[in-house]
Design a protein around this ligand. Sequence first.
Ligand SMILES: Cc1ncc(COP(=O)(O)O)c(C=O)c1O
Length: 389
Amino acid sequence: MPDDATARLVSKLVPQTPALVYAESELVETASRIQRMTSEAGCDLTYAMKPCTLAWTLETISPFVTGFAASSPFEARLARQVLGDRGNLHYHSVAVTDSEYEEISELADYMSLNSINQFQARQSQSTDGISLGMRVNPGISFVADERYDPCRRHSKLGAPIDALSNVESSELDGLMFHTNCESDDLRHLLATVNTVERRLSHLVSGLDWINLGGGYMFREGADISLLRQAVEILRNHADAKVFIEPGGAFVRDAGYIISTVLDIFDANGVDIAVLDTTINHMPEVFEYQFEPEVLDYQPEGEHRYILAGRSCLAGDIFGDYTFDQPLKIGDRVTFTEMGAYTQPKAHTFNGINLPDVYAFTKTGNLSLLASMTYEDFSARNGAHQLAYS
Ligand SMILES: Cc1ncc(COP(=O)(O)O)c(C=O)c1O
């Protein structure tokens, strides 16, 4: 759970809004909890960097993990910039081109190819130093919303498990599967491992590594004996390293978006509070259509507002909230649990600038990590090509 005292403090401290703030103490506390749980179960822990690619975040997490998992050449390069020669780099992408393969082979230690076609193409191009495996789709769904279900019907994510029944164990170094999303239920992982072991036992026995993917939150109280059982099932068949690579679980609670109320007006009986942020700074709010957690929201509070983003989109709305105290123009509104899939997904629709990004260090300092200027915006829009630039 994010810490309200930290949220209150950072919301006062940031010099201007909108701002995305990562609290070091929460990041470290979460990373050490996940490390304790996964090492108890016998897994090598990796951070799947996609929910937050800030170099500072990678550096802060790196002492707790054996490496990172990247999904594109840019992520892989950034991961190596942070890791240097230390640590493992895993690479999985839905498709890898010839030139990407050349580049990634220099950076990564493990690569999971997404289809038999892709695997065979890379096998024939094989270079020393990278261990090649495949992503398998075990075909058991746990995610209700198909858009986020890696095991949906006709899924593009991984070779269907049946397609691997004819692959020889000597061909593959490893297997990867990732089948869940924000789950607290490690029974799902155990069921998945049981299926993989039963259906692909001929393959599993010859593997050097098995990567269990991410998708689990590892909150306090998670039943780690289930993960231990899953690892033991695999180890009974193979003398393989077992990796697990959560993403969102590391960073979600450590991130806050701080915004300021720009306007308040009555819209047919309900007060709209327009903020200086937008759902485009946290696009999953719109994608998933959920109401994000807001500091000081009180379900029984007597002051009701629709919190709205400042873009032109009618649906740029965070939700309907009540507070004990009335909001005023100039007040700060703080969204909590905003650390995952926020920073890398945010965009500048309407030309609205991205939030400044800060680290709130354990020593109580706010340190500016990233800030987008008008020059960055104009360069991204090709303005350097204009005759008068
Ligand atoms: C292969 C793989 N590993 C790990 C992750 C991280 O998942 P999460 O952030 O849900 O833990 C993802 C997310 O899409 C993924 O596709």
